[in-house]
Design a protein around this ligand. Structure first.
Ligand SMILES: Cc1ncc(C[n+]2csc(CCO)c2C)c(N)n1
Length: 228
Protein backbone atom coordinates (compact mmCIF):
# COMPACT_ATOMS: atom_id res chain seq x y z
CA UNK A 1 0.00 0.00 0.00
CA UNK A 2 1.25 3.51 -0.79
CA UNK A 3 2.13 5.73 2.17
CA UNK A 4 -0.49 8.35 1.25
CA UNK A 5 -3.19 5.62 1.10
CA UNK A 6 -2.03 4.28 4.48
CA UNK A 7 -2.53 7.65 6.19
CA UNK A 8 -5.64 8.76 4.26
CA UNK A 9 -8.16 7.57 6.92
CA UNK A 10 -6.44 9.83 9.50
CA UNK A 11 -5.75 12.68 7.15
CA UNK A 12 -9.19 12.99 5.54
CA UNK A 13 -11.08 14.15 8.69
CA UNK A 14 -8.29 16.63 9.36
CA UNK A 15 -8.51 18.09 5.85
CA UNK A 16 -12.31 18.21 6.27
CA UNK A 17 -11.87 20.20 9.50
CA UNK A 18 -10.18 22.96 7.49
CA UNK A 19 -13.17 23.12 5.13
CA UNK A 20 -15.40 23.62 8.18
CA UNK A 21 -13.21 26.43 9.57
CA UNK A 22 -14.77 29.92 9.20
CA UNK A 23 -11.63 31.27 7.51
CA UNK A 24 -11.70 28.69 4.73
CA UNK A 25 -15.51 28.78 4.46
CA UNK A 26 -15.31 32.55 4.17
CA UNK A 27 -12.92 32.34 1.23
CA UNK A 28 -15.33 29.94 -0.46
CA UNK A 29 -18.37 32.20 -0.14
CA UNK A 30 -16.46 35.49 -0.36
CA UNK A 31 -17.55 36.64 3.14
CA UNK A 32 -14.09 36.50 4.76
CA UNK A 33 -13.19 39.98 6.08
CA UNK A 34 -10.25 41.34 4.10
CA UNK A 35 -8.30 42.21 7.29
CA UNK A 36 -8.24 38.53 8.22
CA UNK A 37 -7.07 37.63 4.74
CA UNK A 38 -4.29 40.24 4.97
CA UNK A 39 -3.18 38.57 8.19
CA UNK A 40 -2.91 35.26 6.32
CA UNK A 41 -1.06 36.95 3.45
CA UNK A 42 1.60 38.56 5.61
CA UNK A 43 2.03 35.59 7.98
CA UNK A 44 2.09 33.18 5.08
CA UNK A 45 4.78 35.13 3.24
CA UNK A 46 7.26 34.71 6.07
CA UNK A 47 6.06 31.12 6.54
CA UNK A 48 6.90 30.38 2.89
CA UNK A 49 10.43 31.70 3.25
CA UNK A 50 11.02 29.05 5.95
CA UNK A 51 9.05 26.39 4.10
CA UNK A 52 11.24 26.94 1.02
CA UNK A 53 14.27 26.01 3.13
CA UNK A 54 12.81 22.52 3.52
CA UNK A 55 13.12 21.96 -0.21
CA UNK A 56 16.68 23.24 -0.02
CA UNK A 57 17.42 20.75 2.78
CA UNK A 58 15.82 18.00 0.67
CA UNK A 59 17.96 19.00 -2.31
CA UNK A 60 21.07 18.64 -0.16
CA UNK A 61 20.00 15.33 1.41
CA UNK A 62 18.73 13.78 -1.84
CA UNK A 63 20.00 10.28 -2.50
CA UNK A 64 19.68 10.42 -6.31
CA UNK A 65 19.88 13.04 -9.03
CA UNK A 66 16.19 12.55 -9.84
CA UNK A 67 15.26 13.23 -6.22
CA UNK A 68 17.52 16.28 -6.18
CA UNK A 69 15.68 17.59 -9.25
CA UNK A 70 12.29 16.99 -7.59
CA UNK A 71 13.23 19.03 -4.51
CA UNK A 72 14.83 21.75 -6.62
CA UNK A 73 11.61 22.01 -8.65
CA UNK A 74 9.65 22.34 -5.39
CA UNK A 75 11.98 25.12 -4.25
CA UNK A 76 11.44 26.95 -7.53
CA UNK A 77 7.67 26.42 -7.19
CA UNK A 78 7.47 28.07 -3.76
CA UNK A 79 9.80 30.97 -4.53
CA UNK A 80 8.48 31.84 -8.00
CA UNK A 81 4.95 30.41 -8.36
CA UNK A 82 3.35 30.44 -4.96
CA UNK A 83 5.01 33.56 -3.57
CA UNK A 84 4.01 35.42 -6.75
CA UNK A 85 0.37 35.04 -5.71
CA UNK A 86 1.22 36.74 -2.42
CA UNK A 87 3.19 39.47 -4.17
CA UNK A 88 0.28 40.15 -6.54
CA UNK A 89 -2.26 40.28 -3.74
CA UNK A 90 -0.10 42.55 -1.64
CA UNK A 91 0.43 44.94 -4.57
CA UNK A 92 -3.36 45.17 -4.91
CA UNK A 93 -3.59 46.13 -1.21
CA UNK A 94 -0.83 48.74 -1.50
CA UNK A 95 1.59 46.61 0.56
CA UNK A 96 5.20 46.35 -0.58
CA UNK A 97 7.37 43.25 -0.44
CA UNK A 98 9.36 45.01 2.30
CA UNK A 99 6.12 45.23 4.33
CA UNK A 100 5.63 41.51 3.89
CA UNK A 101 9.17 40.67 4.87
CA UNK A 102 8.98 42.88 7.95
CA UNK A 103 6.19 40.69 9.35
CA UNK A 104 6.99 39.14 12.72
CA UNK A 105 5.89 35.50 12.62
CA UNK A 106 3.16 34.74 15.15
CA UNK A 107 3.61 32.13 17.91
CA UNK A 108 1.84 29.44 15.86
CA UNK A 109 3.73 30.36 12.69
CA UNK A 110 7.10 30.19 14.45
CA UNK A 111 6.23 26.92 16.21
CA UNK A 112 5.07 25.38 12.93
CA UNK A 113 8.13 26.33 10.85
CA UNK A 114 10.51 25.47 13.70
CA UNK A 115 8.93 22.02 14.02
CA UNK A 116 9.15 21.35 10.28
CA UNK A 117 12.75 22.49 10.07
CA UNK A 118 13.85 20.50 13.11
CA UNK A 119 12.22 17.32 11.75
CA UNK A 120 13.81 17.89 8.36
CA UNK A 121 17.24 18.46 9.89
CA UNK A 122 16.97 15.51 12.29
CA UNK A 123 16.45 12.80 9.67
CA UNK A 124 16.96 11.91 6.04
CA UNK A 125 14.85 12.69 2.98
CA UNK A 126 11.93 10.72 4.44
CA UNK A 127 11.60 13.29 7.23
CA UNK A 128 11.93 16.17 4.79
CA UNK A 129 9.16 14.88 2.57
CA UNK A 130 6.91 13.99 5.52
CA UNK A 131 7.32 17.53 6.89
CA UNK A 132 6.47 19.04 3.48
CA UNK A 133 3.45 16.90 2.71
CA UNK A 134 0.52 18.21 4.79
CA UNK A 135 1.10 21.69 3.48
CA UNK A 136 0.80 20.98 -0.22
CA UNK A 137 -1.70 18.12 0.08
CA UNK A 138 -4.13 20.06 2.30
CA UNK A 139 -3.99 23.25 0.20
CA UNK A 140 -4.60 21.23 -2.92
CA UNK A 141 -7.60 19.59 -1.20
CA UNK A 142 -8.94 22.95 -0.04
CA UNK A 143 -8.36 24.59 -3.45
CA UNK A 144 -10.26 21.88 -5.28
CA UNK A 145 -13.10 21.79 -2.72
CA UNK A 146 -13.57 25.58 -2.90
CA UNK A 147 -13.37 25.55 -6.71
CA UNK A 148 -16.40 23.23 -6.75
CA UNK A 149 -18.54 25.91 -5.01
CA UNK A 150 -20.58 27.71 -7.68
CA UNK A 151 -19.14 31.18 -8.36
CA UNK A 152 -16.13 30.75 -6.04
CA UNK A 153 -13.55 30.76 -8.86
CA UNK A 154 -14.95 34.08 -10.11
CA UNK A 155 -15.07 35.72 -6.67
CA UNK A 156 -13.47 39.18 -6.86
CA UNK A 157 -11.70 38.86 -3.51
CA UNK A 158 -10.62 35.23 -3.27
CA UNK A 159 -11.18 33.89 -6.80
CA UNK A 160 -7.51 34.11 -7.78
CA UNK A 161 -6.48 32.36 -4.55
CA UNK A 162 -8.81 29.47 -5.37
CA UNK A 163 -7.77 29.44 -9.04
CA UNK A 164 -4.14 29.12 -8.05
CA UNK A 165 -4.52 26.32 -5.49
CA UNK A 166 -7.03 24.41 -7.63
CA UNK A 167 -5.04 25.04 -10.83
CA UNK A 168 -2.93 22.69 -12.92
CA UNK A 169 0.52 24.00 -11.85
CA UNK A 170 -0.28 23.64 -8.21
CA UNK A 171 -1.99 20.27 -8.62
CA UNK A 172 1.14 19.05 -10.40
CA UNK A 173 3.42 20.33 -7.60
CA UNK A 174 1.32 18.46 -5.04
CA UNK A 175 1.15 15.29 -7.16
CA UNK A 176 4.95 15.41 -7.37
CA UNK A 177 5.27 15.87 -3.58
CA UNK A 178 2.94 12.91 -2.93
CA UNK A 179 4.69 10.69 -5.48
CA UNK A 180 8.10 11.51 -4.01
CA UNK A 181 6.87 10.76 -0.48
CA UNK A 182 5.45 7.42 -1.65
CA UNK A 183 8.68 6.46 -3.43
CA UNK A 184 10.77 7.33 -0.38
CA UNK A 185 8.47 5.41 2.01
CA UNK A 186 8.48 2.26 -0.13
CA UNK A 187 9.85 -0.79 1.71
CA UNK A 188 10.16 0.97 5.08
CA UNK A 189 9.24 -0.91 8.28
CA UNK A 190 5.97 -0.17 10.06
CA UNK A 191 7.67 1.62 12.95
CA UNK A 192 9.39 3.97 10.48
CA UNK A 193 6.11 4.62 8.66
CA UNK A 194 4.48 5.39 12.02
CA UNK A 195 7.13 8.03 12.68
CA UNK A 196 6.55 9.61 9.27
CA UNK A 197 2.80 9.51 9.82
CA UNK A 198 3.30 11.35 13.10
CA UNK A 199 5.15 14.15 11.30
CA UNK A 200 2.38 14.47 8.69
CA UNK A 201 -0.36 14.56 11.34
CA UNK A 202 1.44 17.07 13.57
CA UNK A 203 2.09 19.41 10.63
CA UNK A 204 -1.59 18.87 9.75
CA UNK A 205 -2.63 19.98 13.25
CA UNK A 206 -0.41 23.04 12.81
CA UNK A 207 -2.24 23.79 9.56
CA UNK A 208 -5.51 23.98 11.51
CA UNK A 209 -3.88 26.24 14.11
CA UNK A 210 -2.55 28.45 11.30
CA UNK A 211 -6.08 28.99 9.88
CA UNK A 212 -7.30 29.75 13.39
CA UNK A 213 -4.42 32.14 14.07
CA UNK A 214 -5.32 34.05 10.88
CA UNK A 215 -9.02 34.09 11.76
CA UNK A 216 -8.16 35.54 15.18
CA UNK A 217 -5.43 37.80 13.70
CA UNK A 218 -3.20 36.75 16.56
CA UNK A 219 0.50 37.52 16.88
CA UNK A 220 2.54 37.83 20.09
CA UNK A 221 2.19 37.75 23.05
CA UNK A 222 -0.38 35.09 23.70
CA UNK A 223 -2.59 36.33 26.51
CA UNK A 224 0.12 36.77 29.15
CA UNK A 225 -1.45 38.63 32.11
CA UNK A 226 -0.07 42.15 32.42
CA UNK A 227 1.20 42.26 28.84
CA UNK A 228 -0.85 43.43 25.89
C1 LIG B 1 0.55 27.70 6.20
C2 LIG B 1 0.56 27.22 4.79
N1 LIG B 1 0.46 25.92 4.55
C3 LIG B 1 0.46 25.48 3.29
C4 LIG B 1 0.61 26.34 2.23
C5 LIG B 1 0.58 25.84 0.83
N2 LIG B 1 1.88 25.63 0.28
C6 LIG B 1 3.00 26.13 0.75
S1 LIG B 1 4.36 25.61 -0.15
C7 LIG B 1 3.44 24.66 -1.11
C8 LIG B 1 4.04 23.81 -2.16
C9 LIG B 1 4.17 24.46 -3.47
O1 LIG B 1 4.59 25.76 -3.49
C10 LIG B 1 2.13 24.80 -0.77
C11 LIG B 1 1.03 24.14 -1.43
C12 LIG B 1 0.74 27.70 2.52
N3 LIG B 1 0.88 28.62 1.54
N4 LIG B 1 0.71 28.11 3.79
Amino acid sequence: MQFTDRIWPKVKPLWESYLAHPFVKGMGDGSLPIEKFKHWLTQDYVYLVEYARLFAIGTEKATSLEMMQAYAKGLDGVLFVEMNLHREYCASFGLSEADLLATQPSAVNLAYTSYMLSQAQAGGVENVSAALLACSWSYSYIGRALAAIPGALEGDKYGSWIQMYAGDDFTQLNDDAMALMNRIAEGKADYELDQLEDIVLKTGYFEYLFWDMCWNQSTWPVGIPGLN
